[in-house]
Design a protein around this ligand. Sequence first.
Ligand SMILES: Nc1ncnc2c1ncn2[C@@H]1O[C@H](COP(=O)(O)OP(=O)(O)OP(=O)(O)O)[C@@H](O)[C@H]1O
Length: 482
Amino acid sequence: MTEPEQFWPLCLTRLEEELSSQQFNTWIRPLAAEVAEEAVVLYAPNRFILQFIKDRFLARIEALAIELLGELPVELRIGAPAGAAPAAPTPPKSSARAGAAPAAAGAANVAAVDVGADKSLAPAVAASPKQTALKAIGGGHESTRLNPAFTFDTLVTGKGNQLARAAALQIAENPGDAAYNPLFVYGGVGLGKTHLIQAIGNHVYAKNPQARIRYIHAERYVADIMRAYQHKAFDEFKRYYHSLDLLLIDDIQFFAGKNRTQEEFFYAFNALIEGGKQVIMTCDSYPKQIEGMEERLISRFSWGLTVEIQPPELEMRVAILMKKAEADNTKLDHNVAFFIAQNVRSNVRELEGALKRVVAYARFTSQPITMELVKEALKDILAAGNRQVTIDAIQKTVAEYYKIKLSDMHSKKRSRDIARPRQVAMALAKELTSLSLPNIGDAFGGRDHTTVLHACKTIAEMRGSDGDIAHDYDTLLAMLRN
Ligand SMILES: Nc1ncnc2c1ncn2[C@@H]1O[C@H](COP(=O)(O)OP(=O)(O)OP(=O)(O)O)[C@@H](O)[C@H]1O
């Protein structure tokens, strides 16, 4: 495990490698960090940077904290660690590192960190969009925190989330129904899992303000358990969780490898389900694919309904941009939204991030949002998207994905388990490179251009009719574009 004082310097090194220098200098350098006993506290010099970090980088920093320090949550605050000079917005390299130095003295500042035992049942200072305390709701003295903006009304529906949304609405109307209990929602990052489950919480609360609802990020649950042990408040912790009407637990993959947490969660889960109370979880993968999770939990996760959220297709991305712009009172032309949606394809969080950047850029420069402005504001994203993917990379990635030999990309074998991946690779080559059909045919063992055309048509049709192919194709696209 990393020494506390080493954490932030190591984190900086890693982030510097991962981000563009502009991103690193603008957003990460101005931060200072302090590692206290129960949390890593990050200090941002102003609200703007704090918000941006929260939206774009916090999840990554949280992951680094877990990797380097263990089960420590990350909190965000404005200001500087006690005894440190406030960080300037873009300090030179040396002073930014100096900003990190107080980590060594972190323990001295523990008292300033708002994670005391009595707060264990309520999220502390803004930690992530999920952990952000935005509005306290709930019956009796038990309170939970939901983002009031995460409702069904603000959630745009499309192919990627319609099943999950329909199930969520059913549950919101009728929590505890055995057919949907637990609800397990899984999918890639930033696809709206938190939004969806919080929409359930908001709906249930609106219908019944006395309902005991708890939304919690899995990392916070882990921390709460540790704190309850430390403060010998375990009975209270247990009573609290076992008495809920609705438990929403986000990013359950964070329980992986944490045996004590899993054991406690197992009991809470059983108590709730047996009592007809609703449990809802999100995860980045299908239950059986979560590594480091006890079998008995994995099997229980599948007792009710398991639904996937897939990346949004182009029309849905446009609709999301238009909706977010409208909510923000920003005028956004449809063709501009279309252009952004075409170029930002990975997930909704990135899409929102791109829109925020465009809006900020327009405000700073006092200009309307035109296509030219968008191109300027999103220069680096567009440059990364235009990076040419090579046909070799496509063949290698597809072969690895389908676990076939690379040589099968060029071979004459026609069995479906080889021919289909080859067609997928051809279609990807057509989409991601500027090569002509004959050139693509050549790269696939000297095939005719009509074969390539046929492959592209077949895959396009199958993406509309076969969920597996659609999923494979979208996943491969995302992998190759990264
Ligand atoms: N269908 C949608 N309509 C409107 N907004 C959406 C939709 N999907 C996602 N968003 C927005 O995208 C952002 C990221 O969504 P969210 O945090 O729910 O993703 P997530 O799947 O929980 O991500 P993670 O895997 O990182 O936990 C949120 O601001 C959310 O409101």
